[in-house]
Design a protein around this ligand. Structure first.
Ligand code: CNA
Length: 237
């Protein structure tokens, strides 16, 4: 059977789908990913992006971190695309139990998804490192230099930087959802960022679908692989 037909049939037959996604889910909303040819990692900066968005660099050189963060990582004003919308619809119809995402843009919730595990946090939440007061993404975007709290503390985005650990509750919830899934769709991710990528190893079923433009290290492990754009695939679902 043609791959698209198989995918449609599996979606039809499944009632507990889990979607595991990455930056490729939001490229069609206009937010560049990291590892595509036109992604952030192909651009030239004073330091490699992995260095700039690491915990130690953040502490050492917060001015530079925030300049880069405001310009390249604060995706404000973008709208959900067809993939976000179909996933939200499946959840409302009782077909999908959770979205597990490496994205930090909040677009799944904006599309209407309720059960979203944000493995790497969200740019929409920002906290004072001293007193814990909450600040919006707009506050960080519009501040100059290092964003400061009323109390003088530094405001940090609730985003997991390199060298930082993932939130334990978020991991546990994601693993529970993945273990109970009757179908796991992995999409728009290079599956190279750990520990996030390793979570899909806990899926026990026989409907592991991988949808990604480029090849991934898990292509040989999936039950169905589509090297296509997500918009193309999801507009048919
Ligand atoms: P990545 O390593 O940049 O990989 C993205 C993958 O998506 C690539 O393999 C592409 O081939 C594929 N891809 C891109 N566009 C499409 C498309 N339209 N259809 C199908 N496939 C596509 O990104 P990962 O998510 O794997 O890496 C993890 C990082 C990237 C996470 O920590 C994220 O926080 C971070 N990130 C997030 C955003 C966001 O929130 N929108 C943007 C950029 C980076």
């Amino acid at each position: 059977m043609e791959k698209m037909e198989t995918l449609k049939q599996w979606v039809e037959e499944s009632h507990n789908i889990v979607f595991f996604g990455g930056a490729g889910v939001s490229t069609e909303s206009g937010i560049p990913d990291f590892r595509s040819v036109d992604g952030l990692y192909s651009q030239k900066f004073d330091y490699p992006p992995e260095t700039i968005i690491s915990h130690s660099f953040f502490l050492r050189n917060p001015e530079y971190f925030y300049r880069f963060y405001r310009e390249k990582m604060l995706p404000l004003g973008f709208e959900p695309n067809i993939t976000h919308k179909v996933l939200a619809r499946w959840e409302a119809e009782g077909k999908l139990s959770a979205v597990v995402t490496q994205n930090i843009d909040g677009l799944h919730q904006k599309a209407g998804s309720k059960h979203v595990y944000e493995l790497h946090g969200s740019v929409l939440r920002n906290y004072c490192m001293k007193c814990g007061k909450f600040y919006s993404a707009e506050y960080v975007k519009n501040s100059q230099g290092i964003p400061r709290c009323d109390c003088g503390g530094m405001v940090k985005p609730d985003v997991v930087l390199y060298e930082e650990g993932l939130d334990q509750k978020t991991i546990e919830g994601s693993l529970r959802a993945i273990r109970n899934a009757d179908m796991l769709i992995v999409a728009g991710t290079s599956l190279t960022v750990y520990p996030a990528a390793g979570l899909i190893n806990d899926y026990r079923g026989n409907r592991l679908v991988l949808i990604n433009r480029d090849e991934t290290p898990y292509d040989g492990y999936a039950d169905l692989v589509l090297h296509r754009s997500l918009g193309e695939v999801f507009s048919q679902l």
